[in-house]
Ligand binder design. Sequence first.
Ligand SMILES: [Zn+2]
Length: 240
Amino acid sequence: MPTVLSHAVIASAAGQWWRRPLPRGFWAWTAICAMLPDADVIGFPLGIRYDDMFGHRGFTHSLFFAALIGALVSRHLSRRPAARARRPAARAHRPVSDSHQPGPALHQPSDLHQPGSDLHQPAAHRHQPASDLHHPAAHSHQPASDSHQPASHLLPLFLWFTAVTLSHGLFDALTNGGRGIGFLAPVSNHRYFFPWRPIQVSPIGVNFFSPRALGVLASEALWIWLPSAIMAASARLLRR
Ligand SMILES: [Zn+2]
């Protein structure tokens, strides 16, 4: 792909389909994982050849590397309970006065005097605060209880960051130049391309003011940015 930023653009666009709230750092890590495989260019000055296992488009573009990064990042983010708790808590505080949240009413005696609020509160909620532990509002009063955050978050996050990291190589495999992608490294150093490669490849260190760069950017606009914009816009519209 021409600019490494485009990997982050399409991953961020796809990420718009995630349901909120998301762990803090989710978007930064999405962008980082999408771009990270190209960190292998540091091998050039170190004397590592393009075709080597750890050369450009080799190991860091592989399935194994994607899964490794997916595991590390998902584990890192799932261990940040404070960041997660803060976001739902902030939301929970806002509707306190609208009387539709049985949890906060327990801590807002003034609400008990609003006739409207009582209409929406089963009596059981007012007398059983412990039963509301699953409610987002309860998190705001029990930050220490985040140990019960759904462990299932780990798997979707792992799959997401693995997919984002792997997506880099998949898009590279759609480019019409350079070497193929070492998807199976370190087991095999065979380099793969898709049979259909519509994306104009960008040479490393391309001058973005050259005529060739404009062709590269036009190709990227068509095959990456446009689908990204459609994907992000449709996610925003459908999630309202
Ligand atoms: Zn790459």
